[in-house]
Ligand binder design. Structure first.
Ligand code: ATP
Length: 362
């Protein structure tokens, strides 16, 4: 493994910004750190970089404990959203900056800069100044500058936060290709879940300084370890139900919960695409009315209100929608085809389960 973080905590005065966090980053991996604002992502990154010292815990890079090493000794490249390029230097001089400090020979610097500008899709732009570049090009120069001294680890903190949506998308795809090519072990901070899912090999979800879950994007999405993750990643309908004789009940819905004792309250989650709707009110047993229809570009979200007043979100592709053309106020029947029982946050995890055919289907 390349980076190991063990029981890392950080206090700023009485604020615990990072709380007992442990994880490893594999050699060559691109790991995303995801979480809401203030969840501690940047602080974790800054501690790995050596810009902040941990209150407790250890950081290892290539099995060497680096807690006491300076930023320079750690051989890490950084790209921050606001870590601007040097305005008075050309693109080539910006990329060469770290190499000059390390006293590389002029000829080698020249070659390295040319290679990186080529790799970054910026050939011929070495003589320009930062203000003569687009936002996307500037961020690519910033990444080239970070990569120039051949760092063993690359840290990116919201690197695409300042560019518009289309450029952001291009940069994401470009970062994935670059990473495939270079395989530098990289940590990538973002609060944008779509970006984290698309870019990362694995991701870590943080909340309030704690590590909620680490896993592949699919694992985190399909098998959320905590209620927080279930709510934060993607969209999920979550209802609280009470167990009675192995069945969890809420507002006329019933979910098998054979492992739970009577009167226990459990959180049940189901993704919007697991709610099937029919304009034929006799097709499924459960009844509702359409409250809203949202066009999402690639799909539709149809919000329904059940007979007992629950508001649920269903999602369907354009083809499915075209066949039914749901309208606001229309009565529909529905079924929930998969669900899972969500683990209790930071308590003993309950077994999460999904079933292919729920008793709610006809
Ligand atoms: P964002 O996405 O907004 O950057 P984040 O998840 O990266 O958020 P951090 O910047 O790591 O979160 O902040 C975690 C907590 O630590 C916050 O409560 C923040 O206010 C606090 N914090 C961070 N840096 C400092 C500091 N230098 N002094 C005091 N408190 C700080």
């Amino acid at each position: 493994m390349k980076i190991e973080v063990r029981a890392l905590s950080k206090y700023f005065g009485s604020v615990e910004a990072v709380s007992n966090v442990s994880f490893t980053v594999k050699e060559g991996e691109l790991l995303g750190l995801l979480g809401p604002s203030g969840s501690g992502k940047t602080t974790v990154l800054r501690m790995i970089a050596g810009l902040e010292s941990p209150s407790s815990g250890d950081i290892f890079i290539d099995h060497v404990r680096v807690n006491d090493l300076s930023v320079q000794q750690r051989n890490i490249g950084f790209v921050f959203q606001h870590y601007a390029l040097f305005k008075h230097m050309t693109v080539a001089d910006n990329v060469a900056f770290g190499l000059s400090i390390k006293k590389w020979a002029k000829r080698e610097i020249h070659q390295r800069v040319a290679d990186l500008l080529q790799l970054m899709g910026l050939p011929g732009l070495g003589g320009r100044y930062p203000h003569q570049l687009s936002g996307g090009q500037r961020q690519r120069v910033a990444i080239a500058r970070a990569l120039a001294p051949r760092p063993s680890v690359l840290l990116l903190d919201e690197p695409f936060g300042a560019v518009d949506a289309q450029v952001r998308q291009e940069l994401r795809e470009w970062l994935i290709r670059l990473h495939d090519e270079l395989a530098v072990t990289s940590l990538f901070v973002t609060h944008d879940q779509e970006e984290a899912m698309e870019v990362s090999n694995r991701l870590i979800v943080f909340s309030k300084g704690r590590l909620e879950q680490i896993g592949s994007p699919a694992e985190v999405y399909e098998d959320p370890a905590t209620e927080f993750v279930a709510r934060f990643i993607g969209s999920m309908n979550i209802v609280e139900a009470e167990v009675k004789q192995g069945v969890a009940h809420v507002a006329g819905l019933e979910f098998p919960a054979p492992d739970f004792p009577d009167t226990q309250r459990i959180q049940i989650g189901f993704r919007p695409y697991y709610i099937k709707l029919s304009e034929d009110t006799t097709h499924f047993r459960l009844q509702a009315r359409v409250r809203h229809v949202y066009f999402l570009g690639v799909a539709y979200r149809v919000e329904i209100e059940t007979e007992s007043g629950l508001i649920l979100r269903s999602r369907m592709n354009k083809e499915e929608f075209r066949q039914c053309r749901f309208e606001v106020g229309q009565p529909v029947s529905y079924a929930i085809t998969h669900f899972r029982i969500l683990p209790q946050d930071h308590g003993t995890p309950s077994p999460a389960m999904g079933i292919p055919d729920s008793p709610l289907t006809p």
